[in-house]
Design a protein around this ligand. Structure first.
Ligand SMILES: Nc1nc2c(ncn2[C@@H]2O[C@H](COP(=O)(O)OP(=O)(O)OP(=O)(O)O)[C@@H](O)[C@H]2O)c(=O)[nH]1
Ligand SMILES: [Mg+2]
Length: 210
């Protein structure tokens, strides 16, 4: 066993450096958020677009066994589905790093939600306006557990997307919940969405302190 006095010196900051604040900057604050919404709405796509690491996904091929169970609707190109969760990470600034967890699309994996939401500070609820009611499970759950969230209307081109006011009326969320349009495939669009959520969290924290 080596004594502390025997260890090589000079690796870390000196006492003077620490006092002067010239030591390494504190690590960024981790913020966990949940990306949710109905089956095939673009959760995996959104996390992939935003993440600055290779996202961890749990995609499985949809087979004929899924016919009549998992309905991809107008998403003709959809051949896989998330069977556990998605995970991604994005550095927002030198002081905030975001960890994103995507919920599985199908209701039969609902048992995972309490674990996925553990420690989360906020949520994004993706909406496809051709199947608005698919997002109600996520909205109901987030409201039940008191998780602040933003409603994000994914714009599928070549389709008639309802306007944001119509979506707001349909989802019937509180007036202070933002309802915004996004393109789940676009990094900048997703980043703006995350900043909107962080703004909601900040306002909540300020209101709680007042
Ligand atoms: N045109 C268009 N296609 C999209 C958009 N977002 C997702 N897609 C496509 O829609 C399909 C479904 O996207 P996913 O990201 O797998 O959806 P998901 O919500 O993760 O699906 P599950 O995990 O199975 O519930 C994929 O083929 C995507 O390429 C979008 O904004 N526009
Ligand atoms: Mg998915």
């Amino acid at each position: 066993m080596s004594l502390r006095s025997e260890l090589p010196r000079g690796g870390g900051p000196s006492a003077g450096e620490l006092r002067a604040g010239s030591a390494a900057a504190p690590p960024p604050v981790p913020v966990k958020i949940i990306v949710s919404g109905g089956f095939g709405v673009g959760k995996t796509t959104a996390i992939g677009a935003l993440s600055d690491i290779e996202p961890l996904t749990t995609e499985a091929a949809m087979t004929t066994a899924a016919i009549g169970v998992d309905d991809p609707g107008q998403r003709y190109g959809k051949t896989t589905t998330t069977v556990a969760f998605d995970f991604g990470r994005v550095t927002i600034s030198s002081s905030i790093v975001l960890f994103m967890f995507g919920t599985p699309g199908q209701d039969r994996f609902g048992f995972m939600w309490p674990d996925l939401l553990d420690g989360a500070l906020g949520g994004l609820v993706l909406v496809d306006t051709s199947r608005i009611d698919d997002c109600f499970v996520a909205l109901d759950y987030f409201e039940k557990v008191g998780l602040p969230f933003v409603v994000a209307v994914n714009q599928f081109e070549g389709r008639h997307n309802l306007g944001l006011e119509q979506v707001r009326r349909a989802v019937n969320v509180d007036g202070d919940v933002p309802v915004v349009a996004v393109d789940a495939r676009d990094h900048e669009s997703m980043k703006q969405l995350v900043l909107t959520l962080l703004d909601v969290l900040l306002r909540r924290a300020q209101a709680a302190r007042a």
